[in-house]
Design a binder for this molecule. Sequence first.
Ligand SMILES: [Cu+2]
Length: 162
Amino acid sequence: MIKEIVEVKKGRLSVLAAVVGVGLLGTSCVRADSLEPPMSFGQAADSTDADRTITVTTLDTMAFRPAVIEAESGETILFRVRNTGRLPHEFMIGDEAEQEAHEEEMADSDMTAHSHSFSVLIEPGDTGELAWSFPESGNLMYGCHVPGHYDSGMKGAIEVGP
Ligand SMILES: [Cu+2]
């Protein structure tokens, strides 16, 4: 299994993402695509700017705990994502359309590791971190796009209030 740390820096924003090559492929890639910021629903932030931290656990039963997260517009949240299972999982933030686009990207490619600023892949036993700013209210989601997981219901809701 290939494990590498990719640091993405955009101006003063930085995200540290653990990128894990899984399965037999063991390949990874770093590339920008149409999903990269600016995005309609916020942006990656520096973890030191977070107003609070929310711990999320990935479950091998294809679910996140909690399944619903409430946020306020203007808030920056540090998501600390614990993988206590035996399978790799991903935590990706985006609206439903973005989730589906990323699902297709993962399914269509042999790339099992991504370094997008809006997602983090977490190896079994590891904890990943993703800081995100929510500038406005709306309904967002988080999802895991390790092949098969999203379709099995591995998703959650972020309700960003006014
Ligand atoms: Cu998963």
